[in-house]
Write a protein that binds this ligand. Structure first.
Ligand code: SF4
Ligand code: SF4
Length: 86
């Protein structure tokens, strides 16, 4: 399974991770019409190649490998995935 963006992104959402991702699987990007509708960004669990490149660039440490996702934020795994199925 993929990497997951959790709670700390809310209020920051600076899109640094978007620029670091080699497969463009973090959305919405700034140039997408729904960017302002979302309080955080989401990683596509199907497209993510588990490279980890997004993790060190996040200024608020919001991105976790699924296995490392803190329990209190476990629901963010589903929330990321849901963005791509709705
Ligand atoms: S782990 Fe790699 S592929 Fe997955 S979202 Fe981060 S940068 Fe993109
Ligand atoms: S780098 Fe971190 S804070 Fe910035 S958009 Fe990505 S997950 Fe959110």
């Amino acid at each position: 399974m993929a990497y997951v963006i959790a709670e700390p992104c809310i209020g920051t959402k600076d899109t640094a991770c978007v620029d670091a991702c080699p497969v463009d699987c973090i959305h919405p990007r700034k140039d997408e019409s729904n960017f302002n509708d979302e309080e955080l960004l989401f990683i596509d669990p199907v497209e993510c190649i588990d490279c980890g490149a997004c993790v060190p660039v996040c200024p608020v440490s919001a991105i976790f490998a699924l296995d490392d996702l803190p329990e209190k934020w476990s629901h963010f795994a589903q929330r990321n995935a849901d963005f791509y199925t709705r």
